[in-house]
Design a protein around this ligand. Structure first.
Ligand code: MUC
Ligand code: MG
Length: 373
């Protein structure tokens, strides 16, 4: 037994209210369920991670509740009694017991990185290769909203936080009405900021080929995952035919998926969510594949709270391949956070916190207030 030995893995389910409902293609979230994971080392050091999906299981099948079952029953027993500096071996051993379940694995991967870095008195960024940058651009994402509310929210966010680009969720309702809504919004903003759309894989090929050219004409600068995750051929067709950069999100949930998209030249940008990929180590492999293939990477989000967002931020700040900015805005969508200090958002960027590990401490009164019994 050493100070680095994992003594406990504690999990608790939180429900953190949002500042406004966030409408996705098939689901509207009013609170974000977060599984807070605490890894306690024998020497007393603690590390934190978050099990998070965007609102619920609609995105990839996992939910905060399934993550609790998988972590408590299957991943924690593999971790306990092992030294945290065996991290990659522990992750490898997970594969023998639990297939897929990448969001759950990401939560414990991050908590182990945080605990290990704190025990060494270094930042998580140092464990991932060290300093490449200290901050990154943040795109603000709007849910599905009526035109006047969307314009008001964009104006307000430009004023308060200096965001330079905005992501608009699509894919709910009639594609014709949905496309008109975005074209009118683009008109109203008159090129003041960049507009991107995320259809969350809801359109079939014909719908995408019919409506994406109209969105291109309206000035949309990036198409995120218009068509189903498995359909790499259609994604390539859109990438080569329409002339607007395409970002693969649901199509890339592993390094092998990134390789398939790269080989097919099916996208220009990879949405790199440390959650859907199973954590920081798998994210590193994915970024390396994208970089070698000449694809850009975007620091994407599953609407993580403070610890999950900080983990993705440390990753982005250690990774040259993240050349397409980020959308690490999750904590700003929460009505209230649950750390003693908040991440700093200003001038369109989020800044890497100082201090060991992820650089954040839980505020236990707030954690208790959000905890489900
Ligand atoms: C996604 O699919 O990109 C991130 C922000 C947002 O509004 O949706 C998510 C998930
Ligand atoms: Mg997406």
């Amino acid at each position: 037994m050493s100070d680095l030995t994992i003594a406990q893995v504690n999990t608790s389910l939180l429900d953190v209210p949002l500042i406004r409902p966030h409408g996705f293609a098939t689901y509207t979230a009013t609170a974000q369920p977060i599984l807070l994971v605490e890894v306690v080392l024998d020497g007393g050091v603690k590390g934190y991670g978050e099990g998070v999906v965007p609102g619920g299981p609609w995105w990839g099948g996992e939910s905060a509740e399934t993550m609790k079952v998988i972590i408590d029953g299957h991943l924690a027993p593999i971790m306990k009694g092992r030294e945290v500096n065996e991290l990659v071996k522990i992750l490898d051993d997970f594969e023998g017991s639990v297939a897929n379940m990448r969001f759950a694995k990401a939560a414990v991967d991050v908590a182990m990185h945080d605990a290990w870095a704190r025990a060494l008195g270094i930042q998580v960024r140092d464990l991932l290769g060290g300093r490449f940058r200290d901050d990154i651009d943040v795109t603000w994402a709007l849910g599905v909203l009526p035109l006047d509310q969307a314009v008001a929210e964009i104006e307000e966010r430009i004023e308060s936080h200096g965001h330079k680009s905005f992501k608009l969720k699509m894919g709910s309702g009639d594609p014709d009405v949905d496309t008109k809504r975005i074209a009118e919004l683009s008109d109203a903003l008159n090129g003041k900021v960049g507009l991107r759309i995320d259809v969350n894989a809801r359109w079939d090929r014909i719908t995408a080929l019919r409506f994406l050219p109209r969105l291109a004409e309206a000035g949309v600068e990036l198409f995120e995952q218009p068509t189903p995750a498995h359909d790499i051929d259609t994604l390539r067709e859109i990438t080569t035919r329409i002339g607007v950069p395409v970002m693969a999100d649901e199509s890339v949930c592993s390094p092998a998926d990134a390789l398939a998209v790269a080989k097919a030249q099916a996208a220009d940008v990879i949405a790199l969510k440390t959650t859907k990929l199973g954590g920081l180590q798998e994210s590193k492999k994915t970024a390396a594949i994208a970089e070698a293939a000449g694809l850009a990477c975007h620091g994407a989000t599953s609407l993580e709270g403070p610890f999950g967002t900080a983990a993705s931020l440390h990753f982005a700040c250690a990774t040259p391949a993240i050349t397409f900015g980020s959308e690490l805005f999750g904590p700003m969508l929460l009505k209230e956070s649950y750390t003693t200090e908040d991440l700093v958002y200003e001038d369109g960027v989020v800044r890497l916190p100082e201090g060991p590990g992820l650089g954040l401490e839980p505020d236990w009164d707030k954690v208790k207030a959000f905890a489900r019994d």
